[in-house]
Design a protein around this ligand. Structure first.
Ligand code: ADP
Ligand code: MG
Length: 226
């Protein structure tokens, strides 16, 4: 089953006289529940692609359908509600609120939606991510790896359909980074969440169902296309 379909996506930045194609006519479809790794050199358009697929940024040309709903036909408010409910995001920076405990950070997206927390589900996340002993700590009292686990927990708190992660281990050392990537993979699979992961780590990328390699804003290779 198809969950996301991008057609002829381009993102052009106009700087003075010249136009930079951050993304140049990219089309792809993602299967529900799959794990897709996006790789490619720095500046090849990985973040741009992730931002367009997830409705964080508008394309210059092209469309993105999420379960047949055209993301860029929504108004800003509808799009932000859809993003908050159906998409989770993990970035290189952890972006936790410094004044809130780990548990409170986790609950934040649910509070924003004025929903009742599903305690059983949240406890399952805590268990899977191994963060039970840091729930009452402030982010400042956690290691980078622990902070990133909480940002994953926060991204998953609303039970998203798709988890987007953009180089989530960029600030972590090798061991902590590898652990976070393994967690992302296993937790997404266990919960049936589609995972779109930008990574330089080829060992991890090779565990994906599909690897899409970008170069100069275009798909250079896609293992999911025969
Ligand atoms: P990656 O994530 O693969 O490193 P990006 O998607 O961030 O690549 O960037 C792709 C290209 O688009 C790069 O050449 C980058 O310099 C350019 N770019 C990205 N954002 C902007 C912007 N806001 N203004 C101008 N150029 C940009
Ligand atoms: Mg990037």
């Amino acid at each position: 089953m198809e969950i996301l379909k991008a057609t002829n996506l381009s993102k052009i930045y106009q700087t003075g006289e010249s136009a930079v194609y951050a993304l140049n006519d990219v089309s792809l479809t993602l299967d529900e529940g799959s794990f897709v790794a996006i790789t490619g050199p720095s500046g090849s358009g990985k973040s741009t692609l992730l931002h367009l697929l997830s409705g964080l940024d508008k394309p210059t040309h092209g469309t993105v359908l999420y379960r047949d709903k055209d993301l860029y036909k929504y108004n800003d408010n509808q799009l932000s509600v859809l993003r908050r409910r159906r998409f989770g995001f993990v970035f290189q920076s952890y972006n936790l609120v410094k004044e809130l405990t780990g548990w409170e950070n986790m609950l934040l997206p649910i509070m924003l939606d004025s929903k009742k927390p599903d305690e059983a589900y949240l406890n399952r996340l805590v268990e899977m991510l191994g963060i039970g002993d840091r729930l009452s700590h402030l982010p400042g009292a956690m290691s980078g790896g622990q902070q990133q686990r909480f940002s994953i927990a926060r991204a998953l708190a609303n039970k998203p359909a798709i988890l987007f992660a953009d180089e989530p281990t960029g600030n972590l050392d090798g061991k902590a980074g590898r652990e976070v990537l393994t967690l992302l993979r296993t937790v997404s699979r266990e919960l049936g969440i589609t995972l779109v992961l930008v990574t330089h780590d080829m060992t991890v990328a090779e565990q994906a169902d599909r690897i899409i390699r970008l170069r100069d804003g275009q798909i250079e290779h896609d293992s999911g296309v025969a």
